[in-house]
Design a protein around this ligand. Structure first.
Ligand code: AMP
Ligand code: MG
Length: 327
C-alpha cells in the first residue's frame, strides 16, 4: 500500500509517500518563515501554503518514483492547528482524492507525531511526552485511545521558547537558538516552576524570564528558562512512569530535537528502570511522513471519508481520537 500524506497545520506545508512497511519513499517540506520578532500569521502562512502546495505535491510524487495513479490513498492533517492553514491541506487532499478516485483519510496531527515516533524508534507501549508548538502532554495508550497523565494548563513548551525568542528579536521557530544560547549560560537564576497535580504551567516562567533580561545576560536567562521548563516535564513524566509502571518513555514533537531534554529524561529513565526513545531530529517536527504513516494505519483499520466530508478541526484533543489499530 502506498499513501500520500499532506501536512499543513501550522508553519509547514509538506507531503510524503510511505509504504505499508513504513519506508519513506519521499519527504518534501516547505516552511513559512515569520518576520523576526513575529509569530506565525495564520493568513500569511496559509497563503504561503497555497503557493507552494502544487510544487510540494509534485515533487513528493516524483521523488517517490511512482505515478500519482499508483497511490492507494490520500491522508491529510485534519487538525488541531491553524484554521486557514488546515483548510489548504484539506482542499488539496479532497481535490486529489476526488479527481483520482482515491480513498481519503483525516489524520489527527498529534496522533501523527506519536505514530511516526513509534515507527522510527520501535517503541511499543510507552508513556509519550508530546512536546511541540501545539502540544505539551504526557500520555499513555489505554482502551482504544491516548489518555492524558499531565498537560500544560496554558501555553505549550514550544510557545514558551518561541514567545521568549520573539521577544528578543528571533524568528519562530526559536527552540534551536534558545538551546544554543542556553548551552552558553553558566548561572542559574530562579524562575517560576509550576506543577499543579501532574499538570504544568509555563506562562509565569515566560513573563518572569522576560523581566530578568533587564538584569542578566540572555544566555543565563535562556539557560534558566530551559532548565526549569524541562525539569517540570521531567517531574510529570517521571510520576506518570512510576504510576503506570511502563518501561518505555517516548518523546515526540519538535522539542524532541533538544539534546538537553534528552539528557534530563535519560536520568529519569535510569531512576525508573525505563528506556528512552527519541526519533531522529529530522522527523521530530511537523512533516509529511507523520501523516502518511498514520494514514496507512487508518486505511488498514477501514477509516475513510468521502471527499465532500474533508473538514478540519482547529481544536481536536488527542483523547478524543479513537485509535483502533493499537490494542
Ligand atoms: P512542531 O510544532 O512539532 O513542528 O515543533 C515546533 C516547535 O519545536 C517550535 O516551538 C520550536 O521552537 C520547537 N523546537 C524545535 N527545535 C527545538 C530545540 N532544539 N529545542 C527546543 N525546542 C525546539
Ligand atoms: Mg506538530
Amino acid at each position: 500500500m502506498l499513501v500520500l500524506g499532506i501536512e499543513s497545520t501550522a508553519h509547514t506545508f509538506a507531503a510524503a509517500v510511505l509504504n505499508e512497511s513504513g519506508v519513506i519513499l519521499s519527504d518534501v517540506r516547505n516552511s513559512y518563515r515569520a518576520p523576526s520578532g513575529s509569530g506565525i500569521h495564520p493568513r500569511e502562512a496559509s497563503r504561503h501554503h497555497a503557493d507552494v502546495a502544487p510544487h510540494v505535491i509534485k515533487e513528493a510524487i516524483e521523488k517517490s518514483g511512482i505515478s500519482i495513479k499508483d497511490i492507494d490513498a490520500i491522508a491529510y492533517s485534519a487538525g488541531p492547528g491553524l484554521g486557514p492553514c488546515l483548510r489548504v491541506g484539506a482542499i488539496v487532499a479532497r481535490t486529489l482524492a476526488s479527481y483520482y478516485s482515491k480513498p481519503l483519510t483525516p489524520v489527527n496531527h498529534a496522533v501523527g507525531h506519536i505514530e511516526l515516533a513509534s515507527l522510527l524508534t520501535s517503541s511499543k507501549d510507552p508513556i509519550c511526552i508530546l512536546v511541540s508548538g501545539g502540544h505539551t502532554a504526557i500520555v499513555a495508550f489505554s482502551q482504544g485511545r491516548w489518555r492524558f497523565f499531565g498537560e500544560t494548563l496554558d501555553i505549550t513548551i514550544g510557545q514558551l521558547f518561541d514567545q521568549f525568542g520573539r521577544y528578543v528579536g528571533l524568528s519562530s521557530p526559536c527552540g534551536p537558538v534558545i538551546e544554543e544560547l542556553a548551552s552558553k549560560g553558566t548561572k542559574y537564576i530562579q524562575v517560576p516552576y509550576t506543577v499543579k497535580g501532574n499538570d504544568m504551567s509555563f506562562s509565569g516562567t515566560l513573563t518572569h524570564s522576560k523581566r530578568l533580561l533587564k538584569s542578566y545576560t540572555l544566555e543565563d536567562v535562556a539557560f534558566s528558562l530551559q532548565e526549569t521548563a524541562f525539569a517540570m516535564l521531567c517531574e510529570t513524566a517521571e510520576r506518570a512512569l512510576a504510576f503506570t509502571e511502563k518501561d518505555e518513555l517516548l518523546v515526540a514533537g519538535g522539542v524532541a530535537a533538544n539534546k538537553r531534554l534528552a539528557e534530563m529524561l535519560e536520568a529519569v529513565c535510569k531512576r525508573q528502570g525505563a528506556r528512552l526513545y527519541i526519533p531522529p531530529i529530522k522527523y521530530s517536527g511537523d512533516c509529511g511522513p507523520q501523516i502518511a504513516w498514520t494514514g496507512i494505519r487508518q486505511i488498514q483499520a477501514g477509516i475513510t471519508i468521502r471527499p465532500e466530508d474533508a473538514f478540519v478541526r482547529q481544536s481536536w484533543r488527542l483523547d478524543q481520537v479513537i485509535t483502533p489499530w493499537r490494542y
